[in-house]
Design a protein around this ligand. Structure first.
Ligand code: NAD
Length: 529
C-alpha cells in the first residue's frame, strides 16, 4: 500500500480534515467533489520506485495466496464483502464525494462489488478446476492429459474515474480469486474509495498482503505496466493503445476495456414507453459517464416523433444536483472533471452549428460541474455527437427510414462496445443483433449486458481487446494454462526415441500413415496418379 507522510496527506479513508493545504509539487492529489468543490480527501502520489517496491511485496506474498486454493481465498474475500456491506453507506458517500454522482448512481458502486464477489466466490472451485482431456492419436494413448490453470503472479488493474469502486472490483476481485496478487491503480480523479477498500483488506479483515493500491497520474499507471505479469486496463482508447504498445514490448498479456459510442436502434414495433425509459436511464446514468452509455439513438421514421416527445418529457423531468446521503433527491450528478464538461459542451455546440436542435437541456450550469440532461434532434453523422465518445448526459436522436438504415449507421463507428435494439419481434431481433458490430447487444433493454457475469463483456473494434467476466473465462483470463502430461504406463523407452533404426522407423511411418489417412488408397501407401 502507498506509504504516506501523515503530515502531508490526509488518511485515504475519509474526508480531509487537515487545515494545512497539500504541497503544490504534485506529490499529493487533493480530491475535490465536482458537484460543489468541497475537499473530499487526498492521497500521496506513488513514484515508480514506490510501485516497484509494492510489486516486490506482492510477489513475495502471492505463492502462499495461490496455495490457499479457491476455497481458502474465498473465505478472505467473503469477509471483505461483510466489511463492505457493514460500511456501505460510508463507502457510497466517499464514492459520491469524489465523483459527484447522485446518491442513486453512486449506490451501484458497492452493488457491483457485492455481485462480483458472490458470483466468483460461488463458482471459483469449478471454474479453476484442472481440466482432463482425452489423448489424441496412437502416440499419446498411454498419457494422462491435464490442463492446469495457474494464476499470473502479479496482475495490474488500471481504471478510470467513472466507477471508483465498481470498475476496480470488476477486475481486481476475479484476479484475486484466481490466485494472483493485485497491484491496483485507480484513477487520479477518484482514488479515495478504492484506496479505502484496500486499507480495509489489510487493516480491518487482516487478509494476506496480496492487494495493494498505488496512486497517481499516468506515470504511476505506466510504472504499474512496467512491473506486472499481466495488465487489465479500463479507460480511454488513446491510453489503451499506449498500454498495448508497452505490454507488447514487455511481452505481457493486456486486456483492454476501452471507450464506446453505443447505438440504440428503435424499430416501429417497439414498446415505446419502455424504450424511452431505457434510453433515459441508459443515456443519463452517471450523467452519461458510462462506457456502455446509450450515446446515439436511431428511430424508425413512423415512430420517431412519438418517441422524441416521450423522451423530451422524461428527460426534462430529471432532477440534477448533489443530494444528501440516502435521500435519492436527485437523479443526475455532476461531470467528473472540467475537461469532461468541456467535451459535452463542444459536442452540443458543434451539433447546433451544423443544424441540430436542442429540445431540452443544452446548457452547463454554474453551480458545479453539471450539464443539463439534453435531447438533440436533426443530427447526422457529420457531427461530433454522433461520431466521438461524448461521455455526457446527451441523447442525440436520428430519424431513419428502416432497420437497414439504422444498422448501417449503428455500424458506422470506430467503436463497438455495446448496443441496444428495440422490437417486439423476437426472431427478427436475433437476426438483426447478429449484424450489429458490437461486443454485446441488449434486446429491449440497455446497459444490462455489462452485468451478466456468465457472459463476456468486451469491446470490438477500437473498444477493446479481450473481455471481462464470461463465466470461467473471467477467472481464466488471469491464469496461464499449464499443460501437464504424465505417463499412465512407464515403458522402458518410447518407440520414436534415438537411435533411429530403419526397419523400426519405416514400420512406424507405415502405421501412422495407415491410421492418419482418410481413404484406403492412401492408407495402403499408394500415391495419386
Ligand atoms: P484514461 O485513459 O485517461 O485513464 C484511465 C486510467 O489510465 C487512469 O487511471 C490513468 O491514470 C491511467 N493512465 C493514463 N495514462 C497511462 C499510461 N500511459 N499508462 C498506464 N496508465 C495510464 O481514461 P479516463 O478519462 O479516466 O476514463 C474515461 C474512459 O474510460 C472513457 O473512454 C470510457 O469509455 C472508458 N471506460 C471503459 C470501460 C469499459 O469497460 N470498456 C468502462 C469504464 C470507462
Amino acid at each position: 500500500m502507498t506509504t504516506r507522510d501523515p503530515g502531508l496527506a490526509s488518511p485515504p479513508h475519509g474526508p480531509a480534515t487537515a487545515t494545512v493545504p497539500p504541497p503544490t509539487d504534485g506529490s499529493v492529489l487533493e480530491i475535490r467533489c465536482p458537484a460543489d468543490g468541497s475537499v473530499a480527501g487526498s492521497v500521496a502520489v506513488d513514484t515508480p520506485a514506490d510501485v516497484a517496491a509494492a510489486a516486490a511485496r506482492l510477489r513475495a506474498a502471492q505463492p502462499a495466496w495461490e496455495a490457499l486454493g479457491p476455497k481458502g481465498r474465498a473465505k478472505h474475500v467473503l469477509r471483505w464483502l461483510d466489511w463492505i456491506l457493514d460500511n456501505q453507506e460510508r463507502l457510497v458517500r466517499l464514492a459520491q464525494e469524489e465523483s459527484g454522482k447522485s446518491w442513486g448512481d453512486a449506490s451501484f458502486e458497492t452493488l457491483v462489488a457485492t455481485e462480483v464477489i458472490n458470483y466468483y466466490t460461488k463458482h471459483a472451485e469449478a471454474f479453476l478446476a484442472p481440466r482432463s482431456a482425452r489423448p489424441h492419436g496412437p502416440a499419446s494413448l498411454t498419457k494422462k492429459l491435464v490442463a492446469q490453470p495457474r494464476p499470473h503472479q502479479l496482475v495490474g488493474i488500471i481504471t478510470p474515474w467513472n466507477g471508483p469502486i465498481g470498475t476496480q472490483a470488476m477486475d481486481a476481485i476475479p484476479a484475486l480469486i484466481a490466485g494472483a496478487a493485485v497491484l491496483s491503480k485507480p484513477s487520479e480523479v477518484t482514488p479515495l474509495s478504492w484506496t479505502e477498500l484496500t486499507r480495509a483488506w489489510h487493516e480491518e479483515i487482516g487478509a494476506p498482503p496480496v492487494l495493494e493500491t498505488v496512486n497517481g497520474r499516468g506515470e504511476t499507471g505506466a510504472a504499474v505496466v512496467d512491473e506486472v505479469d499481466m495488465v487489465a486496463f479500463t479507460g480511454s482508447t488513446a491510453t489503451g493503445r499506449r498500454i498495448a504498445a508497452r505490454a507488447g514490448e514487455r511481452l505481457i498479456p493486456a486486456s483492454l476495456e476501452l471507450g464506446g459510442k453505443d447505438p440504440m436502434i428503435v424499430l416501429a414495433d417497439a414498446d415505446l414507453d419502455r424504450a424511452v425509459g431505457a434510453a433515459v436511464w441508459g443515456g443519463m446514468h452517471n450523467a452519461g459517464q458510462a462506457c456502455i452509455s446509450v450515446e446515439r439513438v436511431y428511430v424508425e421514421a413512423s415512430v420517431h416523433d412519438e418517441f422524441v416527445a416521450k423522451l423530451v418529457e422524461k428527460v426534462a423531468a430529471l432532477r440534477v444536483g448533489k443530494d444528501a446521503p440516502a435521500s435519492y433527491e436527485t437523479d443526475i450528478g455532476a461531470m467528473a472533471t472540467p475537461a469532461q464538461l468541456d467535451i459535452v459542451e463542444r459536442h452540443v455546440q458543434d451539433a447546433l452549428a451544423r443544424g441540430a436542435r436542442v429540445l431540452t437541456g443544452g446548457r452547463r450550469r454554474d453551480d458545479g460541474l453539471f450539464y443539463e440532461p439534453t435531447v438533440l434532434v436533426d443530427v447526422d453523422h457529420s457531427m461530433a455527437c454522433m461520431r466521438e465518445e461524448t461521455f455526457g448526459p446527451t441523447l442525440p436522436v436520428m430519424r431513419v427510414d428502416d432497420a437497414e438504415a439504422a444498422l448501417r449507421l449503428a455500424n458506422d463507428s470506430p467503436y463497438g462496445l455495446s448496443s441496444s435494439l428495440w422490437t417486439k419481434d423476437a426472431d427478427r431481433a436475433q437476426t438483426i443483433a447478429r449484424r450489429i458490430e458490437s461486443g454485446s447487444v441488449n434486446i429491449n433493454n440497455a446497459l444490462m449486458s455489462a452485468f451478466q457475469f456468465p457472459l463476456p463483456m468486451g469491446g470490438w473494434k477500437s473498444s477493446g481487446v479481450g473481455s471481462r467476466f464470461g463465466g470461467a473465462s473471467g477467472l481464466l483470463k488471469y491464469c496461464r494454462q499449464q499443460a501437464v502430461v504424465s505417463e499412465r504406463i512407464a515403458l522402458p523407452g518410447e518407440p520414436h526415441w534415438y537411435p533411429y533404426v530403419a526397419a523400426k522407423s519405416l514400420l512406424q511411418a507405415k502405421a501412422f500413415r495407415f491410421l492418419g489417412a482418410h481413404d484406403w488408397r492412401r492408407r495402403l501407401g499408394r500415391t495419386p496418379r
